[in-house]
Design a protein around this ligand. Structure first.
Ligand SMILES: [Zn+2]
Ligand SMILES: [Zn+2]
Length: 417
């Protein structure tokens, strides 16, 4: 009997899953650095070369933190073309893929944190996997299509950087330090220390955010996922180790405290002062206080108190029929109204702050055309069910802070007949 196409499809073998080009580059750089350090040890390396290595390592680190992460992934501040271009080019020196490649995976990580299937570097798959194991395997991320990418595709700098990534990365990470080394007759030393060794340093420092900062440390804001505050990682990554701030990714800081180690936020503030950055976004004080209070209450006062951990849709709002929703939608065109569980929520003012992008919220909104179809009650109910499923994990397993914000924005309690 002939086998059907679905039953004959064999899952790819481990060898077929390995991302050979990634593995080759990764292992070659490590091996070349080891050989280089053996023949050109620290003791015989000019001080200028070592200073160059440290400067370029830190420059690459900051370009990932400020550029790839806070500017491009989370849009936590706005910057002009020159600043964006500078960070995009400098970012190639970190040798971590193009902005587009990096940002899409990082957005996936935030949306499905700890999910062993959908989070590319899920900490629940083990320390080694989250640190660098995931880089060695090709993976088809079926939820990638739900990730907001419009901003990346419309950005000419991102498109250019993606297209010419290999040339840019080799130039900034390898050729540039080697040429600088010729200024004091140590091109080989500069290639080894400021090129190869500094690349390995920036790789593993960034990887520590995905591994150690999801493994060991404090959780002052939330324990809904494995993200933690790890001071060692913060020091090694220009502040990114304050990683328990996962719930507030749109904030330009990794921690609001002036005592937290986060040099990147001070640089962004400095860029704002001289006109290279603007519209710095911050989580609301009340949201931060609520998160801190909730964790304090849970940890020190009532560890088993369900009130601190329950995700409910109860809000003190008036009943709202479908006819009243229709009147609300038609009254002010262009507003973004959602039905989630039993709540009718006007998220218009929140569109700009939504970490997953405004397009996603608009996709689920109740629009005027909803009421042009037959049985509008049924249409609203269907939309409500889809939105609720998406909110509760279908698209994003939202945090307690998100539930709080949803209830705050509620304008009515949905009444269906
Ligand atoms: Zn994380
Ligand atoms: Zn992030």
């Amino acid at each position: 009997m002939p086998a059907t196409s679905s039953s004959s499809a064999q899952p790819p073998s481990v060898l077929q899953q390995i991302w050979w080009s990634n593995a080759f580059v990764f292992l070659t750089v490590h091996a070349a650095a080891c050989v280089g350090v053996y023949y050109h040890p620290l003791s015989s390396t000019p001080r200028a070369t070592l200073i160059l290595a440290v400067v370029l390592w830190q420059a690459a680190c900051f370009s990932i933190t400020i550029g790839y992460h806070r500017l491009y992934s989370h849009r936590s501040f706005e910057a002009g073309q020159k600043t964006r271009a500078f960070l995009a080019v400098l970012g190639t020196s970190a040798f971590q893929g193009s902005i587009k490649w990096w940002v899409l995976r990082h957005r996936l990580h935030h949306r499905y944190t700890d999910d062993p299937v959908h989070d590319p570097y899920s900490a629940t798959r083990g320390l080694m996997w989250s640190h660098m194991g995931w880089i060695f395997f090709k993976h088809h991320y079926e939820r990638m299509k739900t990730i907001d990418r419009e901003d990346l595709e419309q950005d000419s700098i991102v498109r250019f950087q993606h297209q010419y990534y290999a040339v840019l990365a080799l130039s900034t990470a390898i050729v540039f330090p080697t040429l600088l080394g010729t200024l004091w007759n140590d091109a080989m030393g500069a290639l080894i220390w400021a090129g190869l060794v500094a690349r390995i340093a920036v790789w593993h420092c960034t990887f520590l955010v995905n591994s150690l900062a999801h493994w060991d440390g404090l959780q002052p804001y939330s324990d809904e996922n494995t993200s933690r505050v790890n001071l060692i990682v913060a020091v090694l990554t220009c502040g990114e180790g304050n990683h328990n701030y996962h719930a507030f990714p749109q904030d330009f800081r990794s921690d609001p405290s002036i005592f937290a180690w986060d040099p990147s936020k001070w640089i962004i503030l400095g860029l704002q002062r001289i006109g290279f950055a603007r519209d710095l976004r911050q989580a609301r004080e009340e949201d931060l206080s609520c998160a801190l209070w909730r964790m304090h209450f849970k940890t020190h006062v009532a560890p088993d108190d369900l009130i601190t951990t329950q995700k409910t849709f109860t809000a003190d709002v008036p009943p709202m029929t479908v006819a009243e929703i229709r009147a609300y939608v038609l009254r002010v065109q262009g507003r973004c109204i959602l039905a989630v569980d039993n709540l009718v929520v006007d998220v218009t003012e929140y569109l700009h702050d939504h970490p997953g992008g405004d397009a996603l919220l608009r996709k689920y909104s109740i629009k005027a055309k909803t009421f042009h179809e037959d049985q509008p009650d049924e249409r609203v109910k269907e939309l409500r069910d889809r939105t609720t499923a998406a909110f509760q994990g279908g698209i994003n397993k939202h945090t307690l802070a998100a539930y709080d914000r949803l209830k705050e924005l509620a304008v009515g309690c949905l009444v269906l007949y």
